[in-house]
Design a binder for this molecule. Structure first.
Ligand SMILES: NC(=O)c1ccc[n+]([C@@H]2O[C@H](COP(=O)([O-])OP(=O)(O)OC[C@H]3O[C@@H](n4cnc5c(N)ncnc54)[C@H](O)[C@@H]3O)[C@@H](O)[C@H]2O)c1
Length: 361
């Protein structure tokens, strides 16, 4: 049977259905210059804070500032240093200060221009500034296009744990310009693909197959192809979030690969692997557990394994990390419940279930 090519457009729109807090994810190519007009219907105060970092601002700050000004906004550029270590309370405090001194009030909004770090801290500040003001996500990494900008998890790190302080607070709009991927370092792009592979395994065998068949187009950032994988990822995340916004249960399927992935990140002090790279190792390890438990067929395990490898993602736990060390790290993770380890295990390509285990096999 001939496979239909689902990638036929370089723009798309996905709605996150959350009643009166519903919002759109707009996916387009070279659309940053259209942000100002897109914000006009949102009925927000003209004074708007644009939170970013110097790396992203260098490439896209001017375009976004111009677009906002041309549409009648008075944007205030607020820049914090580039890096995960700045996603903390001190830099949140700095942003509050800039917002107060520039007289942003309860009807003002802020926009996050950057990857997941900028998105998370901006969402956190928006949820707490004057008891909550609107915010807009303008994600610029693949990980933030398909994952962190959607779903309303905001947060900052504490020296004793990553993402330990935060809130559920939904943005008013997510504005994805896939052309921003052209300047993203290759390693960051590939790491973001791990989350796309995750969506294929947990919910969509067609997306998974598409990733198997279209490696060259994906690697060369072919616009229709990238639009399709970003759109499908956002659709899956949107439907999971709509069903379980605050992770009472079902939303946990998005944590496939993350139990082991987080343990590896913790043991290596976040220095060796990017998040998506650690998740890739975690996904394959979890698939191995599922295969050994008889839940996942051997050939499906092999497909997951080769998809992770063809994109050049790491797939093995480093030799110097032992399984007991991983077990210890998982024990302090948020994903543990009543002393048992909860893991998302694949039952096939496109289907997972959440399983409680006594230990990591
Ligand atoms: N809220 C959520 O649901 C959620 C989900 C997953 C991850 N996260 C968080 O996301 C963060 C990781 O996000 P990330 O992977 O986007 O990393 P990041 O935000 O650190 O961005 C990676 C690097 O790419 C640079 N960059 C961003 N866009 C660029 C572009 N277009 N061109 C050139 N350089 C660019 C950044 O300045 C940075 O140096 C973590 O803090 C993680 O906890 C949150």
């Amino acid at each position: 049977m001939e496979r239909v090519n689902p990638a036929q457009s370089n723009s798309a729109r996905v709605k996150v259905e959350l009643g009166e807090r519903s919002y759109n994810i707009s996916i387009g190519t070279d659309t940053l210059c259209g942000l100002g007009p897109a914000l006009k219907p949102l009925d927000i105060n003209p004074v708007i804070g644009l939170i970013t970092n110097p790396t992203v601002s260098h490439y896209y700050g001017h375009t976004v500032m111009d677009s906002l000004r041309t549409s009648g906004f008075e944007p205030i550029l607020i820049t914090i240093p580039d890096g995960e270590q700045y996603k903390d309370i001190l830099w949140a405090y700095y942003i509050y200060g800039e917002m107060l001194s520039n007289r942003l009030d309860r009807s003002s909004a802020i926009a996050a221009l950057g990857g997941g770090v900028i998105g998370d801290i901006t969402g956190f500040v928006a949820s707490t500034y004057m008891r909550g003001i609107p915010y807009i996500q303008v994600p610029t990494t693949l990980l933030s296009h398909v994952d962190s900008s959607v779903g309303g998890k905001t947060g900052i790190n504490h020296p004793l744990g990553k993402n330990m302080i935060g809130s559920f607070y939904q943005p008013r709009l997510v504005w994805v310009d896939i052309a921003t991927l052209k300047t993203l370092p290759r390693r960051e792009f590939i790491a973001g693909l791990a989350e796309v592979i995750k969506y294929g395994v947990i919910a969509d065998s067609v997306l998974f197959e598409y990733l198997e068949d279209n490696r060259e187009k994906i690697i060369s950032l072919e616009a229709d192809t990238i639009t399709y994988i970003v759109k499908r990822s956002c659709e899956i995340k949107a439907s999971v979030v709509a069903a379980d916004e605050k992770e009472a249960g079902f939303r946990a399927i998005l944590n496939y690969g993350h139990t082991i992935g987080h343990a590896i990140e913790t043991i290596t002090a976040y220095r060796e692997f990017l998040h998506g790279e650690a998740v890739a190792i975690g996904m394959l390890y979890a698939a191995g557990i599922a295969k050994d438990m008889g839940m996942l067929k051997e050939d499906e395990f092999k497909r997951i394994s080769s998809l992770i490898r063809i994109y050049g993602l790491p797939y093995e736990i480093p030799k110097d990390i032992s399984v007991p060390a991983i077990h210890e790290a998982v024990k302090v993770d948020k994903k543990r419940k009543a002393g048992r380890i909860r893991m998302v295990l694949p039952e096939g390509i496109g289907r997972v279930s959440i399983v409680s285990l006594d230990s990591i096999p």
